[in-house]
Design a protein around this ligand. Structure first.
Ligand code: HEC
Length: 103
């Protein structure tokens, strides 16, 4: 017997995430703090581009449910449907990021 089933986990892959719809949502609701390209221009807002899709879905659902608390993200996450979360997570995780370590 297992307490957890895979179907209970949020899986962005299980929905048909829509890149264009995610971009439109990001333009309307997220870019002012996180950038449309997911590179934040504010010191207190994290970069979202290149993050794993599943991670973004989990965090957005945690804000929406109150499990993770933040004055701004709590309000914003409550404006998002399940499809919105899947779509914006798909948008930001689809942006390619390259990194360069210091010598
Ligand atoms: C008013 C500014 C603001 C807007 C608009 C905003 N965010 Fe945020 N976001 C933040 C801040 C600040 C944090 C850091 C919160 C914390 O410390 O938990 C954050 C955190 C996050 C995180 C957690 C990242 C991590 O590394 O754990 C995600 C995911 C996220 N935002 C997604 C979004 C999405 C998607 C939108 C648009 C629907 C959005 N945010 C709109 C300010 C904003």
């Amino acid at each position: 017997m297992t307490l957890f089933t895979l179907s209970a986990l949020p899986t962005a892959e299980s929905r048909a995430a829509d890149l264009a719809a995610g971009k439109a949502r990001a333009e309307a609701l997220c870019q002012i703090c996180h950038g449309l390209d997911g590179q934040s221009t504010l010191v207190d807002a994290p970069h979202l581009s290149g993050q794993p899709e599943q991670y973004l879905v989990i965090q957005l659902e945690a804000y929406r449910s109150g499990q993770r608390q933040h004055p701004q993200m709590t309000i914003i996450s409550r404006m998002l449907s399940d499809d919105d979360i899947a779509n914006v997570a798909h948008w930001y995780s689809s942006i390619r990021v390259t990194v360069e370590m210091p010598e």
